[in-house]
Design a protein around this ligand. Structure first.
Ligand code: SF4
Length: 449
């Protein structure tokens, strides 16, 4: 399940990245609002940040501790994703069942999957240290001590909901993995328990990928503790899921080296938040100016919209399942005619054509007439578009009654996200033409970034 986050104003844990200066901390406080408590980051949020490293908007908002969900609601574009209450409860129930025997089943599952010929844990020999302490900093310190002691003891140990910290642009985020197992050889494994089913040893790849990214954040945070304890964090995490739609646990090891590298790189990039902040106009803030009831937003929505739009975004349809601001960013991207809203694949295929208007102009050429194909240009993207436009015009001529005639492009609206299959590649047929039904309206300005 997702770790429970907390955030404290003081540093925690040796070996973390250096804190930015007072000026940046003050600027970040201004950005979220002087009276606003920084919104905590959890492993899921950090993993999503790493999944879209080019988005300066998200990096800044997360770095400043802005509550993106509240911001999206204030903008009138609430997030359309998240775990349902039912799924949350089901996950908690499954996790409690998996740990009900004090971690014996978990260490047994882990040992089975290792297949390294080492002796299996004897029943009743897995220790479960008490991690109780006051506050996130106290729990982080208690976890570090328990990990050191368990490593020195040289046996199997299971840390149930330990707490580790990771510094994000000067604000320590406290993260709570489902469990960490200490092996007799002194290595540590992150355990990630999910409620989606694993059927015949495999699960939904998208969900496994999300779990791997989340577990990689935990592994990264543990790295700092391990360095001090003379231990190592294994790069394979144990993903535990219900077996074949039952309540019985099954597990697989997932290699998270790639996710670790991406997260590490992205966290390094986050230290450049100062640069993003420096490009913004003085006085710009995302402060919602909540009324005394702590809920009512008093800031005019136009002001908020202007503040958000002042920071470059890198919208992609994947944002819809990963970022609270996705509905707002999609609307702005569509309004600007940005091709990013069609998917990263389409965006990549179109090369330097960044707006729908530019794509249509390239497809039709100077003649701007779909019935008279424009000559090739030597630009692969433009030529592919012209070929597709010619095929479309031919199809329209051949079956005028069956296909609606091309007309003016409709205004941008809440049309469903077009699938990446509409990439206008060399082999594209009439259906791939970026015609009026497949894309938002003509460009009205710059693209999304
Ligand atoms: S939804 Fe917007 S802010 Fe969030 S990652 Fe996507 S582009 Fe960035």
């Amino acid at each position: 399940m997702a770790g429970r986050p907390a955030r404290q104003p003081e540093a925690a844990g040796a070996g973390r990245p250096p804190r930015p200066g007072k000026a940046l901390r003050q600027r970040l406080a201004e950005l979220r609002g002087p009276a606003t408590t920084p919104h905590p980051l959890d492993a899921r949020a950090l993993a999503a940040l790493a999944a879209n490293p080019g988005c300066r908007r998200r990096a800044l908002l997360d770095g400043a501790g802005v509550d993106k969900l509240a911001l999206a609601q204030a903008l009138g574009s609430p997030a359309a994703f998240g775990q349902s209450q039912f799924a949350h409860q089901r996950g908690n129930t499954f996790e409690a069942r998996v740990k009900a025997d004090g971690g014996q089943a978990l260490t047994r599952l882990l040992h089975e999957r290792l297949r390294d010929g080492s002796p299996a844990p004897e029943p009743g020999t897995t220790t479960v240290p008490d991690l109780t302490a006051a506050g996130p900093q106290g729990r982080t310190a208690r976890t570090a001590l328990a990990l050191r002691e368990a490593t020195a003891a040289g046996g199997w140990a299971l840390l149930d909901h330990p707490m580790v910290s990771l510094d994000i642009a000067g604000s320590p985020a406290f993260l709570e993995p489902d469990a960490v197992v200490v092996h007799p050889d002194g290595s540590w494994t992150v355990i990630e328990i999910k409620s989606f089913p694993m059927v015949d040893g495999s699960a939904d790849p998208a969900k496994v990928g999300a779990a791997a990214r989340q577990a990689a954040v935990y592994a990264l945070a543990l790295d700092r503790v391990a360095a001090l304890a003379g231990a190592r964090v294994r790069h394979e995490v144990l993903l535990v899921c219900p077996k074949d739609f039952s309540n019985l646990p099954t597990a697989e090891l997932v290699d998270v080296r790639k996710q670790l590298a991406v997260t590490r790189r992205q966290l390094t990039r986050l230290t450049r938040i100062e640069e993003i902040a420096a490009t913004l106009p003085d006085g710009l803030t995302f402060d919602l100016r909540l009324a005394d009831d702590g809920r009512t937003v008093t800031r005019p929505v136009e002001e908020l919209r202007a503040a958000v739009d002042a920071v470059d975004a890198a919208y992609a349809p994947e944002c819809l399942s990963a970022c609270e601001l996705a509905v707002h960013c999609r609307a702005r991207c569509r309004a600007a005619g940005g091709v990013e809203s069609l998917g990263r694949g389409v965006r990549g295929e179109l090369g330097g054509l960044t707006t729908v208007e530019a794509v249509l102009a390239a497809a039709l050429g100077e003649a701007a007439d779909a019935d008279r194909p424009a000559p090739p240009t030597g630009d692969p993207a433009v030529d592919a578009l012209r070929r597709a436009a010619a095929l479309r015009a031919e199809a329209l001529r051949a079956a005028p009654a069956a296909v609606p005639a091309a007309g003016p492009a409709p205004a941008p609206g809440p049309a469903p996200e077009p699938a990446p299959a509409a990439v206008p590649g060399p082999a594209a047929g009439p259906a791939a033409v970026p015609g009026p039904a497949a894309v938002p309206g003509p460009a009205q300005g710059a693209a999304c970034r």
